[in-house]
Design a protein around this ligand. Structure first.
Ligand code: BEZ
Ligand code: FE
Length: 301
């Protein structure tokens, strides 16, 4: 029998979990308990505050649907998603490989396929923007036929799932690079937008006096056999939120500025961004996306 005082309770819990057969589960749960208990001691958590925390997490769970993952949004807004991304990158991305960014909750499988030079804007209207460049490996060799998924908000800052009913796909497409790894796609200029603020995470962000916005960006996923899947995004450098992204997705190397008359631009009169993506070789580590299609995360039944 152990006295369960303020320190002893932590040891007692860890001792009871010590025979967990899966060593990784044992390591994760032991560290989680140690850090959670240390947190409660540090802030001197009261029963009222503990209950409020439970009510908050309950509301986060209840806000999840096949089209909305409030827990990932919580992870995003407290920087946990970005931290996991950065740690994962440090293990598998080659030094010259393009930096990754958050997948976010609006990626959808099965986007319409378009030809090189086609537009991802099927319904939405707004100022045009073109993105072009080449996909290479870290030695600069072209990656022929790489697949690019591209998705973003419309010019009003809304994703298709927000602007239309879920059967509609717009402002997203899949294209295939040519034999030299080159790609060219037309889109609309995105604007900065608010993360979903109508749930418990939005309420918390508001209580923290944060604006809840992301700078304008274009999500990109590049895949090719033998290479690590690249989940990234291009951020427009002149956006007011570029230095205060609510979900901490921006990296300096991913900031772009559209220009007309760029050398090699397939549509020189259209404001364009040239961005070359550099893929890292695949490793045993399967890659893994931080965040994914939310409908896959909701338990059946
Ligand atoms: C997004 O970029 O789509 C996004 C990422 C994290 C939270 C909300 C939105
Ligand atoms: Fe986004």
């Amino acid at each position: 029998m152990q006295d369960l005082d303020v320190e002893g309770i932590t040891d007692a819990v860890i001792a009871q979990m010590a025979d967990t057969p899966d060593p990784r589960l044992r390591q994760i749960m032991e560290a989680a308990v140690r850090h959670l208990h240390a947190f409660a001691r540090e802030v001197d958590l009261t029963p009222d505050e503990w209950l409020k925390g439970i009510a908050f997490l309950t509301a986060v769970g209840q806000a999840c649907t096949p089209y909305r993952q409030e827990f990932i949004l919580l992870s995003d807004t407290i920087g946990l998603s970005r931290l996991v991304n950065v740690m994962h990158d440090a293990k598998g991305r080659e030094a010259a490989g393009t930096e990754t960014s958050l997948l976010g909750p609006f990626f959808r499988e099965g986007a319409p396929e378009i030809e090189l030079g086609g537009s991802i804007a099927r319904i939405a209207k707004g100022p045009e923007l073109a993105v072009f460049g080449q996909v290479t490996d870290v030695e600069g060799h072209a990656v022929p036929g790489a697949t690019i998924d591209i998705w973003q908000t419309d010019a009003d800052g809304q994703y298709d799932l927000q602007a239309n009913d879920p059967s509609v796909m717009d402002m997203r497409a899949r294209l295939h690079c040519d034999a030299q790894g080159r790609y060219h796609v037309r889109t609309l200029r995105p604007i900065g937008y608010s993360i979903p603020m109508d749930g418990p995470v939005g309420a918390l962000v508001r209580q923290q006096a944060r604006h809840g916005c992301r700078p304008a960006h274009i999500h990109i996923l590049v895949a090719a056999p033998g290479f690590r899947e690249l989940v990234t995004a291009l951020y427009l450098g002149d956006d007011q939120y570029i230095d205060s992204d609510t979900v901490f997705g921006v990296a300096r190397s991913l900031v772009v500025t559209p220009e007309t008359g760029l050398p090699g631009a397939p549509a020189p009169d259209v404001p364009s961004v040239r961005y070359d993506f550099t893929l890292s070789r695949a490793t045993d580590d399967a890659g893994g996306r931080v965040g994914s299609d939310p409908s896959k995360l909701v338990p059946a039944g």
